[in-house]
Design a protein around this ligand. Structure first.
Ligand code: PMP
Length: 431
């Protein structure tokens, strides 16, 4: 161990970093380098990454097709910081995004660059919806997660996260997400009724904000029919539909946008996490052109033009979205995960699974078991996190580019961990 490594043990972080730190508590390794789906710690141990920066690393760590243009850009003195000034890097990104993503899908959106995080995109989407409609109320869904700033928290479900606000989170109304009542109550019964009932007390909403798959909320997957009915309801009542694709966009569910499969066109879309391609911060708020009523600078921010991220974002769009190979890969590898999860669910009591594309959740009736599985997986060199209101779901977000052998290897670690935590009902778990 070098002197520096000796100083980088647990105590460094416990001594100097705020108590707010979180992931490093469950994964105390000190990470140093990474390649593809693997991270290496300062003491040389390798970890397989089924977490992928919470969806910010869909193309894995340090992909050479993204690293090379970034290095070239830095070496030639390309602009690093440019507020929202026009730069070559931004122009190339805008053109590539239009050519590779919007035009082939028949989508007509103007692109806003808010601050570079997901919550920045959500805040701008909410603000824009209120400005366009002149209404204040926003509809969100049970178990939604949209970020940690006040506007985003106001449309987030989790009680503990909401409590952190310290002020009332107002002007929003939660509605049941798809299947909230396990199919026992008609899905839109409540929402339609309160919209139409002059005695309901619901102010006419400006917008509905929804995730097609709720990532933090426990990998809850909205069905096509539910999403279509929601889009229709919003359209009929002149309520704007915002799809928050911060975690599920950029191919996580297969197609570039997670709503494509349902054949709906949201009024506003938020993107962040993997849009920068390389784990560099970048966010977009996409809006139908007629909604672009912003006055210049009305929604502002110092770090809107992250030019190195434009470079890697452009490279990622060229590398991965010039054909449908990645989409097909995601569906294939997603099915591999689902197959292993199905076997685990059939052979272990109190275990079920759900997901779409390469976001998959293994759900435990006894919530603590999900955390135990993730802890054992970590010991065996696999990073996977829990999600859901009771942390009852092991959520898998491997890089979309992961090798099938690595995927198999990680699923094997998980299956072993499940077997230790929740002994099999019958033999024959294979992974
Ligand atoms: N929206 C969704 C759907 C998310 O999953 C997240 C982050 N997990 C956010 C918004 C917030 O993004 P950020 O953490 O970059 O602010």
């Amino acid at each position: 161990m070098t002197t520096i490594e000796k100083h980088l043990d647990d105590t460094t972080f416990a001594t100097y970093e705020s108590e707010v730190r979180s992931y490093c508590r469950n994964w105390p390794a000190v990470f140093d380098t990474a390649e593809g789906a693997w991270l290496t710690s300062v003491d040389g141990k390798q970890y397989l990454d089924f977490f992928a920066g919470a969806g910010a690393l869909n193309y894995g760590h340090n992909h050479p097709a993204l690293a090379e243009p970034l290095i070239d850009y830095l070496v030639r003195g390309g602009i690093t910081h440019g507020l929202d000034m026009s730069t070559r890097a931004k122009g190339e990104f805008l053109r590539t995004f239009a050519d590779k993503i919007l035009t082939p899908r028949g989508l007509d959106y103007k692109v806003q660059f808010p601050g570079p995080t997901g919550t920045n995109a959500v805040e701008s989407a909410l603000k824009l919806a209120r400005k366009v409609t002149g209404r204040e109320s926003i509809i969100s869904f049970t178990n939604a997660f949209h970020g940690m700033t006040l506007g985003s928290l106001s449309v987030t479900g989790n009680a503990a996260k909401r409590a952190g606000a310290g002020v009332p989170l107002v002007h929003t109304t939660p509605m049941p997400f798809d299947n909230y009542f396990d199919g026992t109550v008609e899905d839109f019964g409540w929402f339609e009724r309160v919209l139409d009932d002059q005695g309901s007390g619901l102010n006419r909403p400006a917008a509905v904000i929804v995730e097609t798959v709720q990532g933090e909320g426990g990998v809850n997957v909205a069905r096509t029919a539910w999403l279509r009915a929601l889009a229709e309801l919003c359209h009929d009542r002149e309520i704007l539909l915002i799809v928050d694709d911060v975690q599920m966009g950029c191919g996580r569910t297969g197609e570039f946008f997670s709503f494509e499969f349902a054949g709906i066109t949201p009024d506003i879309v938020t993107l962040s996490k993997s849009i920068g391609g390389y784990g560099l911060p970048l966010a977009l708020t996409l809006m139908k052109p007629e909604l672009d009523v912003w006055a210049p600078g009305e929604h502002n921010g110092t770090f809107r033009g992250n030019n190195p991220a434009f470079v890697t974002a452009t490279a990622a769009l060229n590398q991965f979205w010039s054909d449908d190979l990645l989409t097909r890969d995601v569906h294939r590898k997603g099915a591999m995960i689902a197959e292993v999860f199905e076997e685990l669910a059939t052979t272990h009591d109190g275990v079920s699974h759900r997901g779409r594309g390469m976001v998959r959740g293994l759900v435990f009736d006894e919530p603590g078991q999900a955390g135990e599985v993730c802890a054992l997986a970590y010991e065996a060199g696999l990073l996977a996190e829990t999600s859901g209101p009771e942390d009852q779901v092991v959520k898998l977000l491997p890089p979309l580019t992961i090798d099938e052998d690595d995927l198999d290897h990680g699923l094997g670690i998980l299956a072993d961990a499940v077997a230790q935590v929740n002994p099999a009902r019958t033999s024959g778990v294979t992974a």
